[in-house]
Design a protein around this ligand. Structure first.
Ligand code: HEC
Ligand code: HEC
Length: 171
């Protein structure tokens, strides 16, 4: 859990770096020439290194390769990173907007009642955890865990007024 938190904090910091860079970076002439062409959510003056870090982060969070969102130009046979051909790329922009909106609105730095600083917020990996399609499932109800005898589903709801045991009976 501690490792996990540190990992998340690293990603959190990384996005902070991206935001800070918007205001504090000064572009050299050389950088201007190879400026990225089609950035709509990331800062336009992001450095190569920062963009790489974001792209790696997104790929790892979703457990995919670059071509999950990017396509190659069939004429040049090279990846054309600026193309918006795949809907997944636009989806990723939407996800980025959602994530930073959540963080701006609900994760303003502050302390909770235990005095713990809330500094993490949400990030791609928190939901995706290495999967492009995060599994949407109901929370497990410990009272109903596991099949009953002969693999049948456990009995239906208990008669009114009777509480089911907190743990399943040992068989
Ligand atoms: C989950 C989708 C996704 C994955 C995976 C992904 N990217 Fe991206 N990439 C994007 C989006 C979205 C943008 C545009 C960001 C914006 O609009 O600000 C982008 C932009 C870029 C750009 C800038 C293109 C330009 O000129 O505008 C480069 C370069 C790039 N990605 C490289 C990569 C590489 C290399 C990988 C694999 C390591 C990768 N991407 C993986 C979604 C993705
Ligand atoms: C609050 C949880 C949450 C966060 C945070 C989140 N996502 Fe998602 N994402 C989802 C859910 C849920 C889906 C829909 C999965 C489905 O339809 O199967 C999804 C779908 C996607 C898809 C489309 C996959 C497909 O093939 O249709 C992309 C791309 C994506 N997310 C990228 C990102 C990126 C990049 C980030 C971080 C900037 C991010 N997501 C943050 C929950 C989240």
């Amino acid at each position: 859990m501690l490792i996990n938190k540190k990992f998340l904090a690293t990603i959190g910091l990384m996005s902070a770096v991206v935001f800070v860079s918007t205001t504090s970076m000064k572009q050299s002439q050389a950088d201007d020439e190879k400026k990225f062409k089609n950035l709509k959510v990331l800062p336009k003056n992001i450095s190569d290194k920062q963009l790489d870090a974001v792209m790696d982060n997104w790929s790892h969070s979703l457990g995919v390769r670059c071509n999950f969102c990017h396509v190659r130009n069939e004429e040049t046979k090279k990846m054309d990173w600026a193309l918006d051909t795949k809907p997944e790329k636009e989806m990723a922009r939407q996800m980025y907007r959602m994530t930073s909106d959540i963080n701006k609105k609900y994760f303003k730095a502050g302390k909770d009642s235990l005095g713990m600083v809330m500094q993490l917020g949400v990030n791609c990996n928190m939901c995706h955890q290495g999967k492009a399609h995060p599994e949407v499932k109901e929370p497990e109800n410990p009272r109903r865990r596991g099949p009953g005898p002969q693999g049948q589903a456990p009995q239906g709801p208990p008669p009114a007024g009777q509480q089911p045991p907190a743990t399943p009976p040992q068989q």
